[in-house]
Design a protein around this ligand. Structure first.
Ligand code: ACM
Ligand code: ZN
Length: 513
């Protein structure tokens, strides 16, 4: 009987080793198991590192305390600069766990994998394995739309925690929208005193102070996550224009009707004080966010006002531009040049490339998104013009699109986890040197309030994090989905609520809100 139990335990811990998501590059089962006692000794290159604090809290949750020592230890973290950035080697042997990485990011991800080697339940015995791992892409992002909907700081931290577990490393924070400006800018207080309160929805009022932002940046950095802020321009700017009407072409303070979409009322490209305002905003943004990338939007900026505005038309003439489309290129180039002078790269949505002519500077990165309307245009134009690209096509990475129809999301704007896993255009079939990585997004259109986010994000985000991280071919969808389902209870224990993953799993009376 005892013999059978030992075999069963060995089998369950061994199969546990196969269940790391995103899937490591290489995992070899080794003989035996490692058993944690009540205390474990750990030697580390830097006791103040965030990886070490993560290790302590991860083990504390299982009743194991950590004793940091410079002598012989059961767990050792050793620096090896030959290992790729964010990569690691995790060698679990019966008497020792050896972790090797080039720095904190690799250690942190090794420990994230180690945490998944624990069986569900209370056992603290893990199977031995040798894992060698490194990410496919350096840019693995999740975007949250805090412009249309405001989320509490604690909610944002919850998603930063989830991102860390899925080895995602960029939090793209969409902070400004027609329905709300959420970032405190000291020089323009009405952006928040007025712009953060233009909408009346349940969770559409509020903003982040610069102290809130610093707290979120620190929290993210301790999880190997960079916060990339997005200040959308020249469109999606109605909230800023309601606060400061002189920033627009005609001083009009139109509100967006309903809870989605955008209007013609965009920042004026031709008025010098509007460009000064935007540069002032970027001064504060760059001082606040250490990220090398600043996202400056550029999507869905209708040109009706620019076509009629004397200031915009005068600028078109002065700069010898063809039309308002090329004016957006000129406008974007001024913004990118300004960011370049501050040592930053500028990310724009693909829309800036819908026109030709004025050349964008070499610090511009393109965010490919509009697969539904423009298929590969964003990707192809970016590569043709020599820009780096982030792949975040609305099919199948916009997680606000539900699995079955809801409110403004008709059947054609729905998808399930098998669509994402099998058909995501962003998951390119061949490698392209200019592609930096991939993104997932949760937009707030139609009032996706805080309590509705989990059921949209989970479990579909597992397919995206797998595509962002795992090098080489993907396993069959059936095998992958089985592992995802095994992860459900672990995530639920941590407070994440899974929605249905497949269309066939959605009950007829399922509520997306
Ligand atoms: C976008 O979805 N408007 C970038
Ligand atoms: Zn104008």
């Amino acid at each position: 009987m005892r013999f059978i139990l030992i075999i069963l335990l060995a089998l369950s811990t061994a199969s546990q080793a196969q269940h790391i998501l995103p899937t490591p590059q290489s995992l070899k089962a080794q003989k035996g198991t490692f058993s944690f006692g009540k205390q474990v000794s750990v030697s580390v290159p830097d006791s103040k590192s965030y990886a070490v604090s993560y290790l302590s809290s991860m083990l504390a949750a299982r009743g194991i305390s950590v004793n940091v020592t410079s002598g012989k230890s059961a767990i050792s973290l050793t620096v090896d600069k030959n290992i790729p950035a964010e990569g690691y080697v995790l060698d679990v042997q019966p008497k020792q766990i050896k972790v090797t990485a080039a720095g904190d990011a690799g250690f942190f991800y090794a420990l994230q994998s180690l945490s998944q080697l624990f069986p569900s339940g209370t056992s603290t015995t893990i199977s031995c394995a040798l894992i060698e791992d490194a990410p496919k892409y350096s840019y693995r992002s999740f975007m949250l739309d805090s412009g249309r909907q405001y989320q509490k700081v604690s909610t944002i931290k919850k998603y930063l925690d989830a991102m860390a577990m899925m080895k995602m490393n960029v939090f793209h924070w969409h902070l400004t929208e027609g329905l709300g400006w959420r970032l405190e800018i000291k020089k323009y207080p009405k952006l928040t005193s007025t712009g953060a309160f233009v909408s009346q929805g349940k969770e559409q009022q509020g903003f982040y102070t610069q102290d809130d932002v610093r707290e979120i940046i620190r929290y993210a950095a301790n999880r190997n996550i960079t916060v990339v802020p997005e200040i959308d321009m020249p469109g999606h700017a109605e909230a800023a224009i309601i606060a400061y009407p002189e920033l627009s072409c005609f001083g009009d303070t139109t509100h967006i009707k309903g809870d989605a979409g955008f209007t013609q009322n965009i920042f004026c490209a031709g008025k010098p004080h509007t460009m000064e305002f935007l540069k002032d905003v970027l001064d504060e943004v760059c001082a606040l966010f250490p990220s090398a990338y600043i996202h400056t939007g550029g999507d869905e900026a209708p040109k009706g006002n620019w076509d009629k505005c004397p200031d915009c038309q005068a600028l078109i003439k002065r700069e010898n531009l063809k039309n308002s489309g090329e004016l957006q290129l000129y406008f974007s180039a001024q913004i990118a040049d300004y960011l370049k002078s501050k040592g930053k790269k500028a990310i724009f949505w693909e829309d800036v490339l819908y026109s030709e002519g004025y050349k964008l500077p070499d610090n511009v990165v393109i965010h490919w998104w509009n697969w539904r309307a423009h298929k590969n245009t964003g990707l192809e134009q970016a590569i043709a013009r020599g820009h780096e690209v982030i792949c975040g096509t609305n099919y199948y990475s916009y997680l606000n699109f539900p699995v079955t129809p809801w409110k403004g999301y008709k059947e054609s704007r729905t998808f399930d986890i098998s669509d994402t896993y099998n058909k995501n255009p962003s998951n390119l079939s061949s490698s392209k040197p200019l592609v930096l990585g991939m993104s997932a997004a949760l937009w707030g259109d139609n009032n996706v309030t805080e309590s509705m986010i989990d059921q949209r994000v989970f479990p579909r985000i597992f397919a995206l994090s797998e595509q962002m991280w795992h090098k080489g071919g993907l396993m069959s969808f059936a095998s992958f989905y089985k592992i995802v389902q095994d992860k459900k209870s672990r995530f639920e224990k941590l407070g994440y609520e899974f929605g249905p993953g497949l269309r066939s799993e959605v009950p007829a009376d399922y509520k997306w809100d």
